[in-house]
Structure formats: structure tokens, C-alpha cells
Design a protein around this ligand. Sequence first.
Ligand code: 13P
Length: 252
Amino acid sequence: MRRPFIAGNWKMTQDRRSAVALAEGVSRQAAGLSGVDVAVCPPSCYLDAVATVLANGPVGLGAQNMYHEPNGAFTGELSAAMLLDLGCRYVILGHSERRHILGETDADVNKKVLAALAAGLTPIVCLGETLPEREAGKTLDVIRTQFSGSLAGLGAAEFQKIVIAYEPVWAIGTGKTATPEQAEEVHADLRRIMAECYTAPVAESVRIQYGGSVKPDNAADLLSQPNIDGALVGGASLKVDAFMGIVVHAVG
Ligand code: 13P
């Protein structure tokens, strides 16, 4: 059984005070929940403050990005070891905003995934098609290419440590959620690709989150799909009640 996993991607929002308050609210409301993993991914400048709030509680901490090199002259970058040192367990890699706005390639994402795993972080690896790609019937091709490029060189044991997030670019921050059927179709395709590349039991063990305008009122339908194992939440993760309104739908 795959344990549901709901993560909040706060993107480039919050100030120190609101980040601490949001983390306190999530931590308080997540206490006592069982059968679900919950994490928040604040901007890197607030990881330390949020880690203090989350310490010894049920909510995991994740970063939104990292660099693949272990240390050195890479101005502005953070290594996997630094994120671990700050208390992170997770790191989002290959988010579509990094791919499309900041020009990250599958090869870049792949180096980061390997470095994150080597350091002991759990990568949340994002994949997803744009609207023109979907309309051209290329969704499966795009997913396959991103999957094989971003996850090249992972043995089965390493692969089983990652989380995949399917985030159709056209559904991110637009209010246009993929229907549960549209999302499930891609998740099932991903599960098949995983089984082809590894084995069926390996494919069955890896969690696939859906991301893209997940809200409390659509979370139940999305999370009830057999291959949707959680959510990567943007806008709705910025309010405690909205985020926890999603988390409750994942509790078994
Ligand atoms: P929204 O939930 O705001 O659409 O963002 C999704 C996302 O990009 C999470 O990583």
C-alpha cells in the first residue's frame, strides 16, 4: 500500500512572520492525523525558521530546488547537504516553473535527482505537459521523455525512494484542474512506464502525486483515483484551512 503524501509548495511567497505562522498552523492541525505524510516546502530563506517550528512534529520539511554539486564556487546555489543540515527531508526537483521560466533541462534535473538521493534527501520529481503539447496529443510522449531524461541512471532501490509529481502545466495556478479521469490516465501511464523500466512491484511502490489547482473541493475526487497517491499543492497550501482541507481527504 502506498501511503498518501500531501506537500505544500509555497513557491516564492511569504515573509518570515507569515511563513512561521503558516507552519505553526499546519503542524498543529496535522498533529494526531495518521495514515498520511504531510510536508511543506517554504522558500529556502525561511527553511531554518520553519524547521524550528516543525521540529519533532508530524510535518516534514522540503526545499523547492537545489544544485547538484556538493560544494564550491556556485554563487547563489544550495547543496543537498546544506538542505539536510537545515532539516529538510524532501526537495522538489524539475518543477515546471524551473523548467519553463528558468530553463532547467531533463539533464539538469537528472543530476540533481542523483545528488539528492546520494545525500539522503527524497526528491519530489515533477513532470507535466503544456497545453499545446496536450492539444497536439503529445502528453504521453512528453511524460516518457521527461521520465527517462530526469530519472536516468537510477537503480531500482534508488528509484523506490523518489516521489513523482504529475503537474500538467496548463493546470498550475490557472484554476483549471485536470479532471480526475485526465489525471488518472496519465498516472496510470506513468505506472506502466515505471513497470517497463523496473518491475511491476517497484512501480506499485512509488508514489505519484498530482499537482495543479488542487483545492479542498476537488481533492476527494482526485485522491480517490487508484493511481493518485497524493497532491503537490501550490495556492491552496498558503492557507492553513485550505491545505488541511486537502490533507483530510488523504487520510485513510
Ligand atoms: P497550484 O496548486 O497553485 O495550481 O500550483 C501547483 C504547483 O505548481 C505545485 O507545485
